[in-house]
Write a protein that binds this ligand. Structure first.
Ligand SMILES: Cc1cc2nc3c(=O)[nH]c(=O)nc-3n(C[C@H](O)[C@H](O)[C@H](O)COP(=O)(O)O)c2cc1C
Length: 188
């Protein structure tokens, strides 16, 4: 591992062997081949709430997330603040990311301080899988990730939208998507 090449993957799919897991595994393998240390969190297995907009502790700390909510996402937020690359992996649900992914993204609010962003200079990546076509929600998830990155002064380093997903077995045969994932990981 080269110094500082720490990547965090937040997987918001409930299916351990589903479509998102296939793309996530491809991405993690490619990252490791390129010298990254990768840690993955399975969001659906964690217990946490969305942002409460209390703005109590998080807006009074500048060097750490400081979220007032004390749940399974609290240590994940600390890991996010320490990592150089954050990958958000999610299936598309109802024209957006899955619920646990959205709740986690809302908690990113604690990274965005009044005097700067703890995400400043980090790379963000989106890995989305969808049953529908590119305009059945994957497009909106990609746009959302770009806007979050921009707001947090992070770099949206790339997105993968694996659309028209049927089964994980079918997805594994999609060499074009695997090649796109490898190319993305290789340029980070
Ligand atoms: C509750 C639910 C809502 C969904 N909504 C959409 C949608 O709006 N657009 C779309 O393209 N696919 C939609 N899908 C299909 C999933 O995005 C697709 O099957 C995805 O690859 C599942 O990923 P997974 O196997 O990692 O769970 C939906 C699936 C579920 C279960």
């Amino acid at each position: 591992m080269k110094k500082g090449k720490t990547a965090l993957v937040l997987n918001g799919s409930p299916r351990a062997k589903g479509n998102t897991a296939v793309v996530t595994q491809w991405f993690e393998n490619a990252l490791r081949r390129n010298g990254w240390a990768v840690t993955r969190f399975e969001l659906h297995r964690l217990s946490y709430k969305g942002c409460a907009h209390c703005s109590t502790t998080c807006k009074k700390t500048s060097d750490r997330p400081g979220c007032a909510l004390d749940d399974h996402l609290t240590p994940v937020l600390d890991e996010i603040a320490a990592a150089r690359l954050i990958a958000i992996a999610s299936p598309i649900y109802c024209w957006s990311v899955s619920g646990c992914t959205k709740a986690a993204l809302d908690r990113f609010y604690c990274l965005f301080k009044n005097n700067g962003s703890l995400a400043d200079g980090k790379k963000m990546v989106g890995l989305f899988t969808a049953g529908g076509d590119a305009f059945a929600g994957a497009d909106l998830a990609v746009e959302m990730l770009k806007r979050i990155a921009e707001y947090g002064k992070a770099e949206c380093a790339g997105t993968i939208a694996a659309t028209g997903c049927d089964s994980p077995a079918d997805l594994r045969r999609r060499k074009d998507i695997k090649a796109a994932v490898d190319a993305l990981a290789g340029k980070l």
